[in-house]
Ligand binder design. Structure first.
Ligand code: UP5
Ligand code: MG
Length: 201
């Protein structure tokens, strides 16, 4: 597909900051197609015949970042599938909300060069104690391999060391809308909406 046909918004924030939750609202009200890199990796992990299943499980449990070739291929395939199966109305661009990616500087550079540059970056800012209690609570029922205290610690570490520099790099390009993510789901969404509308995306 051509980059002229799509608008890409990256949705970043620490583990448990609320990216998935807020994405659901954005899909409803702003016509985004939501692509969660983590969801795509988890689907690939359990796909019959995938050569990456064991590797993905290990990386996710350890809170490490899966090699970008795998993630970028999953994302660009999902974008192409969406454009084929549910093309946007004539004369409009498809709008992709890419949740939880890029998590490392080289991924950001590679994706923007080979797939599509981003228009905007939404960043959910949330303290670790809030994220931890959300994730431990979700872990009671989620079945996710990484919703346990040991994996959560590792995910936080990776986020600070490796993923925050991505946010900072986009901030230097004035692409970031930062949203305090500690309020209720509804309160956070109001701030997200205001940020998007202020940028006209
Ligand atoms: N909740 C949400 N908002 C709330 C609020 N305002 N008040 C109270 N509760 C709130 O929310 C988490 C929980 O909090 C839920 O129970 C929710 O109800 C509640 P959610 O919306 O799921 O938060 P989210 O930010 O999406 O958290 P998630 O755990 O999905 O974030 P991660 O970034 O850790 O997970 P992701 O799936 O993106 O990645 C998982 C792993 O995949 C990574 O650690 C990595 O190993 C791998 N990965 C890669 O290698 N590369 C990638 O590009 C992407 C992922
Ligand atoms: Mg998520």
């Amino acid at each position: 597909f051509s980059t002229n046909d799509v608008t890409v918004v990256f949705f970043l924030g620490g583990p448990g900051s609320g990216k998935g939750t807020q994405s659901a609202n954005l899909v409803q009200n702003y016509g985004f197609v939501h692509l969660s890199a983590g969801d795509l990796l988890r689907a690939e992990q359990i796909r019959e015949g995938s050569q990456y299943g064991a590797m993905i499980k290990e990386f996710i449990t350890e809170g490490k970042i899966v090699p970008m070739e795998v993630t970028v291929a999953l994302l660009s395939n999902a974008m192409a599938d969406s454009l084929t199966n549910t093309p946007p109305p004539p004369g409009t661009k498809a709008r992709f909300l890419i949740d939880g990616f890029p998590r490392k500087l080289d991924q950001a550079v590679f994706f923007e060069k080979t797939v599509c540059p981003s228009e905007l970056v939404l960043f959910l800012d949330c303290p670790e104690d809030v994220m931890e209690s959300r994730l431990l609570k979700r872990g009671e029922t989620s079945g996710r391999d990484d919703d346990n205290a040991a994996s959560i610690r590792k995910r936080f570490r990776t986020f600070v060391d490796t993923s925050m520099p991505v946010v900072e790099a986009f901030r230097a390009q004035d692409k970031v809308v930062t949203v305090q993510a500690t309020g209720s789901v509804e309160e956070v969404y109001e701030i997200v909406k205001a940020g998007i509308e202020a940028r006209g995306v």
